[in-house]
Ligand binder design. Structure first.
Ligand SMILES: Cc1cc2nc3c(=O)[nH]c(=O)nc-3n(C[C@H](O)[C@H](O)[C@H](O)COP(=O)(O)OP(=O)(O)OC[C@H]3O[C@@H](n4cnc5c(N)ncnc54)[C@H](O)[C@@H]3O)c2cc1C
Length: 282
């Protein structure tokens, strides 16, 4: 790696754990010391080469073993298109099931990330098929999508675990809410539904308004609620929530694709402002 690459990596380390699996484990250990759990993700998406998919699945297997042996408090997150969905549904399902089974034996929970709109149906289908025999897995649902209330109802009915986010992907006309106000309003509606119908779920946001509403629901509820934030975004708030006894998870990406990830995230207009605001935060 050249000098520019090394400087870039040093900056990117605010939002990622580093390049290697050991970086992820040591950052996870550091966060665990302050009561912050982790959701570790190996960076990669839209992989259409079978050999790269196989390498990704192997990396997750290693990660699961290292998390177990290192007694890391946390879970992992996989993206459907990094484990085969860009090739075929069958390959994706097979890899997802094998990761979930391995994780189940290690006592580790597996989150299925939600990607762009065209992948939503297949992602939910694979999740519900896998959930039948494996309870150690959850799925991300985006309030940006008009269908999400319906998806939450059907997943909650089947005992699934949902991580609610606003959504980081593109607008898709009538299928998505395309203004911040609408996405926020739907987030609150989806959250209300989760408190009513879901057993266990995660509120993943850095938005004070969403967090405030979640806290007020929590006062009147005995639900098991987790909170999720991205590494490097509002870290002092995350630390405070963990100290206050909230079940707090930091989404912690690592991997050699850090540059591609950082550039892609910066190109998404919602994330760009989020990331730029976080640069000088401690
Ligand atoms: C744990 C986790 C997992 C995720 N997984 C997925 C996934 O699988 N699929 C997907 O599409 N997306 C995922 N996301 C990303 C998500 O969709 C959003 O793009 C991202 O969380 C930003 O949305 P927000 O809810 O924080 O609110 P935003 O609307 O971006 O921000 C709202 C408000 O939050 C506050 N805020 C935000 N950033 C800062 C800051 N740096 N400093 C101070 N205040 C700030 C401000 O009040 C701001 O107005 C995930 C996010 C998290 C936290």
């Amino acid at each position: 790696m050249g000098v520019a690459g090394r400087i870039g990596l040093a900056v990117a380390k605010k939002w990622i754990a580093g390049v290697n699996i050991d970086d992820a484990i040591s950052e996870a250990r550091r966060l665990n010391l302050s009561n912050e759990n982790v959701i570790i993700n190996y960076l990669g998406e839209d992989i259409s080469e079978k050999s790269k998919v196989t390498k990704t699945v192997r990396t997750y297997s290693r990660l699961i073993k290292l998390m177990k042996s290192g007694k890391i408090s946390g879970s992992i997150a996989v993206k459907p298109t990094q484990i085969g969905l860009s090739i075929s549904f069958g390959i994706f399902l097979q890899n997802y099931v094998s990761i979930v089974k391995l994780a189940r034996h290690a006592g580790i929970f597996v989150w299925l990330d939600m990607e762009d709109y065209p992948y939503v149906d297949d992602t939910i289908k694979a999740y519900l098929l896998t959930l039948k025999r494996n309870k150690n897995t959850g799925i991300c649902i985006q309030s940006k999508l008009r269908r999400s209330m319906h998806d939450i109802r059907s997943i909650a009915k089947k005992g699934g675990t949902i991580r609610l986010v606003k959504g980081a992907y593109a607008d898709h006309g009538q299928k998505t809410y395309n203004s911040k106000d609408d996405v926020d309003r739907n987030y609150l509606e989806c959250m209300r539904l989760l408190f009513l119908h879901a057993r266990s779920f995660m509120i993943a946001t850095h938005d004070d308004k969403m967090l405030g509403v979640a806290s007020s629901y929590l006062k009147r509820s005995n639900k098991k609620v987790m909170f999720g934030m991205l590494k490097g975004i509002r870290p002092s708030l995350a630390l405070k929530m963990a100290k206050d006894g909230k079940s707090l998870y930091i989404y912690l990406p690592f991997g050699e694709n850090w540059l591609e990830y950082s550039v892609r995230r910066l190109k998404e207009k919602r994330n760009a402002s989020l990331i730029l605001r976080s640069v000088f935060q401690r």
